[in-house]
Design a protein around this ligand. Structure first.
Ligand code: IPE
Ligand code: IPE
Ligand code: MG
Length: 248
C-alpha cells in the first residue's frame, strides 16, 4: 500500500514565486579544510545541483543563482580560470535539468566569456525553452548596475531614433529591458526572497533593481554546506513575513 508522502513544508506555507541565491562561502569552506579555493567552488557546484532540484520540488517558479559577478574578475587569474572551467563542465551536466522540465536561462554580459561557453549557454537555452516546471536563471558575469546601464542604453537608442520621448520613460520600461525581462518572450517577476549564506549581509550588486521589495534571509552556513532543509527554513521564514509594499 502506498503511504502518503510527508509534505516538505507545513500546510499553508507561502512559497515565493522567485527566489534569488547568492552562492557565497566556497572559498572559506575550502580554507577551513586546508584545500585550495577551487575545491570549494567544486563543492558549491554540487550544492547548486541539489538545491535547484529542491527549489523545484517546493514549487518555486523562478530560481536565480548568482554564480559570478562583474566584480569577480578582480580575483587571481588562476581562480577565475578554475571557475570558468567549472562552468564549462557544468554546462554539460546542467542538461540533466532539461529532462526534469526545468528551463535554463543566463543573465549577465556574456560577451566577456569564452566563445565555447557562450555557445554552450545558447544551446542550453534553446533546448530548454519550452520547459515549464521552473525557470532557472544563472547569473554569470552579472552585475545589477551593469544590467541597469544595459537597459538605459536600449531606451537611449529608442530616444535617438525618435521612437521614444525622454519624458515618457517610466520605471516599468527600465524594468522591461533588464536581463531578467529578456528571457526570450518571458519576464521573471521581481525577486521575492534573497538568500545569502556565509554570514555576509550585503547584496554585492545582485538584482539591485528587482529586489526593491524583496525579503532577505541570511545564514552563517557556507554555501557548500547548504542543505535542502536550509532552503525549507528560508521559505518558512519568508512565509511568516508581512510584506506591505508601502501600504498599511
Ligand atoms: C562564492 O564563493 C563564489 C563566487 C564568488 C564565484 P566565494 O569564492 O566568494 O567564497 P568566500 O566568500 O571567499 O568564502
Ligand atoms: C557575491 O559574492 C558574488 C557571488 C556569489 C557570485 P562575493 O564573494 O563576490 O561578494 P563580496 O565580495 O563578499 O561582497
Ligand atoms: Mg565571497
Amino acid at each position: 500500500m502506498a503511504t502518503a508522502e510527508k509534505p516538505l513544508l507545513p500546510p499553508g506555507t507561502k512559497v515565493p514565486a522567485h527566489i534569488g541565491v547568492i552562492m557565497d562561502g566556497n572559498g572559506r569552506w575550502a580554507k577551513k579544510r586546508g584545500l585550495p579555493r577551487k575545491f570549494g567552488h567544486r563543492q558549491g557546484a554540487q550544492t547548486f545541483r541539489t538545491i535547484t532540484r529542491h527549489a523545484k520540488k517546493l514549487g518555486v517558479k523562478y530560481f536565480t543563482v548568482y554564480a559570478f559577478s562583474t566584480e569577480n574578475w578582480k580575483r587571481p587569474a588562476d581562480e577565475v580560470e578554475a571557475i570558468m572551467d567549472l562552468f564549462d563542465k557544468y554546462l554539460d551536466e546542467v542538461r540533466d535539468f532539461i529532462e526534469e522540465n526545468i528551463r535554463i536561462c543566463f543573465i549577465g554580459d556574456r560577451s566577456m566569456l569564452r566563445p565555447s561557453l557562450q555557445q554552450k549557454m545558447a544551446s542550453v537555452e534553446a533546448d530548454s525553452r519550452d520547459f515549464t516546471a521552473m525557470t532557472l536563471l544563472i547569473a554569470i558575469n552579472y552585475g545589477g548596475r551593469d544590467e541597469i546601464a544595459h537597459s538605459v542604453r536600449v531606451l537611449a537608442e529608442q530616444v535617438k531614433s525618435g521612437r521614444l520621448e525622454p519624458q515618457d520613460i517610466t520605471d516599468k520600461m527600465i524594468g522591461e529591458n533588464l536581463y531578467t525581462a529578456q528571457l526570450d518572450g518571458d519576464c521573471a517577476p521581481d525577486v521575492d526572497l534573497i538568500i545569502r549564506p556565509s554570514g555576509e549581509q550585503r547584496l554585492s550588486n545582485f538584482m539591485i533593481w528587482q529586489s526593491a521589495y524583496a525579503e532577505f534571509y541570511y545564514t552563517n552556513i557556507l554555501w557548500p554546506d547548504f542543505k535542502p532543509a536550509d532552503l525549507e527554513k528560508a521559505v518558512i521564514a519568508y512565509s511568516d513575513r508581512n510584506r506591505r509594499f508601502g501600504g498599511v
